[in-house]
Design a protein around this ligand. Structure first.
Ligand code: PLP
Length: 396
C-alpha cells in the first residue's frame, strides 16, 4: 500500500521541479518558433509566384539538408509518413513481406509498412537507448528465421522479412552499429526512422545517413518545421533518383508530353514549405544549443529527486534532445498518471509515450517478439515541455 502522503509527496516534487524550469504560464510540449528569415523567404516565394511543386527553395532546401546531414542526397516530400512509405518501397518492400518495427514508436512507422501491403513485426526496445534491443532481436531472429544468401524468411508465417526500421526515440540515436550487423547478417534492409532526430549524431555520423535510406519529419512539433514536410536521405545515387521520380508522379522528363513509367505519388514538398524550411534550417544550430541548455536545467531541477532518471543521450551519440524525458523507477510507475494529471491541471503539457503499437486494435494480430521492456518503458516514460524557446524566454 502506498500512503496518500507519499503519493502527494513524490508527485508534487516532480511537478515543482518541472515548474521550476518552465515557469508558471501554460506551456506546450514542443512549440515552433520563427526567429529568422521566414518572412523574407516566404515573401520572396509569393512574389515569384512559384509556390507549388517547383521552385528554387525546394532545390536549396534539399542541398542544405544534404550538406548539414552529410547525406549524398536529400529528397524533400510532403511529410515524414510519405517519406517512410517511399523509403520502404526503395528498399523493395512488397505486399506479403514483413518489416521489423519497434512496438514503442509513433504509429506512422508501422502505418507506412501497411501502405506497401506488408505487415509490421513488432520488436523489443532497450532502456539504454529507448530504441531496438539488438541483442534480444538477434537471439529472436535466430530462433524464428531461415536465412539464405539473399533473404530471411519467418519460419512461422513463411513471409520474407524485408526491412528493419529502427526509430531514434525522442531524438536519441539507436544502436546503429548493432543494427547494421543485424541488417548484414540476416539480409534485411536498414531504414532509419529519423523523423525526430534531425541534429542527432551516432559516432559523428548524422542519424538517417547510416542505413540504406533515412527519413526526417518537419512537422510542426519537430525540432524545425516546414509546416508539414519530410525528407528522404540516402547515399545511393540510383535510390535518390528513384525517390525523386516516385515522389513526383513518376513522370518521364519531357518539355510538354505527359508520360509516366510506373505508379507514382504526388508527395513533393511545395516550394512555399521549402521556403520556410530554408529559414528554419539556418536556425538549427541555435536550437540545438538551447535544447542542451534546457536539458541541463532539467538536470539541475531533478538532481535531488530520487525515484526517476532524466534520460541522457546514449554513449557514442550526440542527441538533439528533441523531447526531454523522465523515466520513473519501477516502484514509482504508479505515480505516472497523477503526475500527468497535475501537470495538465496547471497548464504544463507533459505526456506519456505512445500506446504500444501491438496494442492498437488494427495491429493486434501482427507478429511480435517478447515486449517486456517496451511495456515497462511505456508505463514509466513522461515527456516534458521541450521547446527551445522555454530557455530563451526565461533569459529574455
Ligand atoms: C513525426 C513522426 C513521423 C511522421 O512524420 P509526419 O511528418 O508527421 O508524417 C514518423 N515517425 C516518427 C517516429 C515521428 O515522430
Amino acid at each position: 500500500m502506498i500512503k496518500d502522503s507519499n503519493r502527494a509527496g513524490f508527485v508534487n516534487q516532480v511537478v515543482d521541479a518541472i515548474r521550476s524550469v518552465v515557469g508558471t504560464t501554460p506551456v506546450g510540449l514542443h512549440e515552433p518558433t520563427f526567429d529568422g528569415n521566414e518572412w523574407k523567404y516566404l515573401k520572396e516565394c509569393l512574389d515569384s509566384s512559384y509556390v507549388s511543386s517547383v521552385g528554387k527553395f525546394v532545390d536549396q532546401f534539399e542541398e542544405s539538408l544534404a550538406n548539414y546531414t552529410g547525406a549524398k542526397y536529400a529528397i524533400s516530400v510532403v511529410n515524414g509518413t510519405s517519406a517512410l512509405h517511399i523509403a520502404l518501397k526503395l528498399a523493395g518492400v512488397q505486399p506479403g513481406d514483413e518489416v521489423l518495427v519497434p512496438a514503442l514508436t509513433f504509429v506512422a512507422t508501422a502505418n507506412a509498412v501497411t501502405y506497401c501491403g506488408a505487415t509490421p513485426h513488432f520488436v523489443e526496445s532497450e532502456e539504454g537507448t529507448l530504441g531496438i534491443d539488438v541483442g534480444k532481436l538477434r537471439d529472436y531472429l535466430h530462433s524464428i528465421v531461415e536465412t539464405n544468401s539473399s533473404q530471411s524468411i519467418n519460419k512461422i508465417t513463411k513471409k520474407v522479412i524485408r526491412a528493419i526500421v529502427p526509430m531514434h526515440t525522442f531524438g536519441h540515436p539507436s544502436d546503429l552499429d548493432g543494427l547494421n550487423l543485424i541488417s548484414r547478417e540476416f539480409n534485411i534492409a536498414l531504414i532509419e526512422d529519423a523523423a525526430e532526430s534531425l541534429g542527432s549524431f551516432y559516432k559523428e555520423k548524422h542519424t538517417g545517413t547510416i542505413g540504406l535510406v533515412g527519413v526526417i519529419s518537419f512537422n510542426g512539433n519537430k525540432i524545425i518545421t516546414t509546416g508539414g514536410g519530410g525528407a528522404i536521405l540516402t547515399n545511393d545515387k540510383s535510390l535518390a533518383t528513384h525517390a525523386k521520380h516516385l515522389t513526383t508522379t513518376a513522370k518521364k522528363p519531357h518539355q510538354w508530353d505527359y508520360d509516366h513509367d510506373e505508379i507514382g505519388y504526388n508527395y513533393r514538398m511545395p516550394n512555399i514549405n521549402a521556403a520556410l524550411g530554408c529559414a528554419q534550417l539556418e536556425q538549427l544550430t541555435d536550437k540545438l544549443k538551447l535544447k542542451r541548455i534546457l536539458f541541463s536545467r532539467y538536470q539541475d531541477a531533478f538532481n535531488s529527486i530520487n525515484g526517476l532518471t532524466l534520460f541522457k543521450e546514449p554513449v557514442n551519440t550526440k542527441s538533439n534532445y528533441w523531447l526531454q524525458t523522465i523515466v520513473l523507477n519501477r516502484q514509482n510507475e504508479i505515480f505516472r498518471d497523477s503526475i500527468l494529471e497535475e501537470c495538465h491541471r496547471i497548464g504544463i503539457s507533459a505526456r506519456p509515450a505512445w500506446k504500444l503499437l501491438n496494442q492498437l486494435e488494427f495491429f493486434r494480430t501482427a507478429p511480435k517478439m517478447n515486449l517486456k521492456c517496451a511495456e515497462a518503458l511505456h508505463r514509466r516514460i513522461i515527456n516534458l515541455p521541450s521547446s527551445p524557446s522555454i530557455y530563451a524566454k526565461s533569459i529574455a
